[in-house]
Design a protein around this ligand. Structure first.
Ligand code: DON
Length: 595
């Protein structure tokens, strides 16, 4: 069936009237409405199920699993393994992630397969002789690697909720790695950059990802990942133990020992994925289901939504200075609480219930000055001592099946291509997730370095994440499945998409296309997507005391939105991810964002 005809929701109609009165705001409004001509034509309807991911071949693998009778969790497992092949910047078996699942009966759960610190990790392991943070050792190389969680996590989700045989879900990825696949212009360029720079010091990485004749990759070349195929084949046949014990564990541990890394065979054997209750909350008559600690994502998202509702922000035009100011203040407060309280719940008591209690959020909201931006450092009392940013890559994928099961999964290697290390013979990239711990105990700086106790390094502890895989329902039906990459901006991107759909009445595509703006408490800056903020609005925000800056695009929220009119799920690949695609079950219809 064709996508439903575009409909301008009521609040948006109000914005159009305002636009005619204030033409200077035209650009923002255009972005808010998803003004990219013909964008909706990219949306893929999937009444029998849908997979939307950063990579077209990976989406097709998931779509084929749905077509073969797999449920959404089966498709998530298969898509996850396929992304480890076709989207090496962030898709992984050498990293970690989170999966949020809502079953057709309304019950929800989540799977935590976040990396852990190795047994020999220490809180000050990233400080140099002068006691300063050594960013080189965080950004690349063996010391930055956390014990990978993805294979155990996908296996746990499959054991709990999957339907098809495990082998059938891993095999498509093994086949992609063994037979190779034609690479996109984006992947060719990224691999060439990696091989010329960050991967160069690591022979295992060059052997795995270099073109056999040593020349640069061209779009359309076939990338064959022979070692990865062997590793995936072993996982397909012998299950997750093939990753955590035996040959693979030996190869990883030997390379670690030879190159200053910490991970041992014992660390790998001890890794455990966890099923945890998700965090849930009400927002304007909808239920929001998201990831709890050790991700900060769901908790901060629900805090921001609670403050949004307390302030009645849905009644203000989204493009007004007042709305942008108040939303910024909400963000500032949620990110301050994130720094104060959030960490691995197996190690620190995270007061999630108290942070999400309505009276607490109403009190926070009531403390916001409508006329003046707060000062992040003052707001934090004595938390901030001295004078960071998030970089790299993560990837989110969204799935629904024909029976109404929904799965939101976000996985990461932390930086793009993680630590840039492939342990020789294994074929897969290892993460650099250790940098998501607080790197210098006690040092919280105005530039965004956080040194608070809850997220300091300890053996076997999980580092705090911002990943926010999220499912929104109304009247017991799924409305939205979403999530994003983007480090600390992830939570904001998800907040923008959720409020776009729920509070502004935007259609899915318009909510995804809308200009995003970010604030994370520290650094104390309001950062907007380039071109997303008209000059007069920017001036008003500056008068209110905000420091406004521009950036390139923020996030890549590959989402599924269920049209309330038709009830049909639409796969919406975010245009900010150039190779993203939605695949419906059966996987005949494959849509891609326009270039
Ligand atoms: O877990 C986290 O929050 C980070 N490691 C995610 C990193 C990230 O999203 C970088 N991507 N663009």
């Amino acid at each position: 069936p064709p996508p439903p005809s575009p409909r301008i929701p009521e609040p948006a109609a109000g914005i159009i009237t305002a636009m005619l009165r204030k033409p200077a705001r035209f650009l923002l409004i255009l972005l808010l409405l998803g003004g990219r001509a013909g964008a909706a034509a990219d949306d893929v309807p999937g009444p029998d199920g849908l997979v939307v991911s950063a990579s077209r071949p990976a989406s097709k693998v998931g779509g084929a699993v749905l077509a073969a009778g797999g449920n959404a969790v089966d498709a998530a497992v298969a898509t996850g393994f396929a992304l480890a092949v076709t989207y090496p910047a962030a898709g992984n078996i050498g990293g970690g992630g989170f999966m949020v699942v809502r079953q057709p009966d309304g019950s929800a759960t989540s799977f935590d397969f976040r990396e852990t610190a190795p047994a020999n990790a220490r809180p000050d392991m990233f400080l140099d002789d002068r006691g300063e943070i050594d960013t080189d050792r965080i950004e690349a190389g063996y010391l930055a690697v956390g014990v990978p969680g993805t294979v155990r996590g996908l296996a746990l989700a499959h054991a709990r909720l999957g339907r098809l045989p495990w082998r059938d879900l891993v095999e498509p990825a093994a086949r992609l790695a063994r037979d190779g696949f034609p690479i996109s212009p984006t992947l060719a360029a990224a691999l060439n950059r990696e091989l010329a720079g960050p991967m160069r010091p690591f022979p295992g990485s060059v052997a795995a990802y270099g073109k056999p004749d040593g020349s640069p990759w061209q779009a359309g070349d076939r990338l064959v990942l022979a070692d990865l195929a062997v590793t995936l084949e072993a996982i397909a046949t012998d299950g997750p133990d093939a990753f955590y014990t035996g040959r693979n564990a030996r190869l990883v541990a030997e390379a670690m020992a030879a190159n200053g890394g910490l991970i041992t065979r014992a660390d790998l054997a001890a890794y455990t994925a966890r099923e945890r209750p998700p965090v849930c909350g009400c927002f304007l008559g909808h239920e929001v289901i998201s990831m709890g600690p050790p991700s900060s994502g769901g908790t901060a998202l629900l805090q921001m939504l609670g403050m949004f509702e307390a302030l009645g922000l849905e009644r203000l035009p989204a493009d007004s200075a007042e709305a942008v100011h108040l939303t910024t203040e909400i963000r500032r407060r949620a990110y301050l609480d994130r720094a104060r309280y959030l960490g691995d719940p197996d190690f620190v008591a995270v007061p999630v219930d108290r942070l999400l209690a309505r009276p607490y959020l109403q009190r926070l909201a009531a403390g916001i000055d409508r006329e003046q931006a707060a000062d992040s450092r003052q707001l934090a009392g004595d938390l901030v001592g001295h004078p960071g940013s998030d970089s790299g890559e993560t990837t989110h994928y969204s799935i629904v099946d024909g029976e109404g099961m929904a799965v939101a999964t976000t996985v990461t290697l932390e930086g793009s291509y993680g630590s840039h290390v492939v342990a020789p013979g294994t074929g897969f990239l290892l993460n650099n997730e250790m940098g998501d711990f607080n790197r210098k105990p006690g040092q919280t700086t105005a530039s965004g370095e956080i040194g608070t106790p809850p997220n300091q390094i300890a053996p076997a502890k999980r580092m705090l994440s911002s990943m926010t895989p999220t499912i929104v329902t109304k009247d017991d039906r799924v409305v939205l499945v979403t999530g994003s990459p983007g480090g600390r901006t992830i939570i904001i991107t998800v907040f923008d998409v959720v409020t776009g759909v729920v509070a502004r009445g935007l259609e899915g595509r318009a909510a995804i296309d809308a200009a995003r703006f970010h604030h994370q408490w520290l650094p104390d800056r309001l950062i907007v997507e380039r071109g997303g903020l008209p000059a007069d609005l920017r001036r008003q925000l500056e008068i209110l005391g905000h420091t406004v800056m521009e950036r390139g695009s923020q996030g890549a929220a590959h989402s599924i939105w269920i049209s309330p009119q038709t009830g049909t799920p639409l796969g919406i690949a975010d245009h900010r991810g150039p190779d993203a695609a939605a695949a419906a079950a059966p996987p005949a219809a494959v849509g891609e964002p326009s270039p």
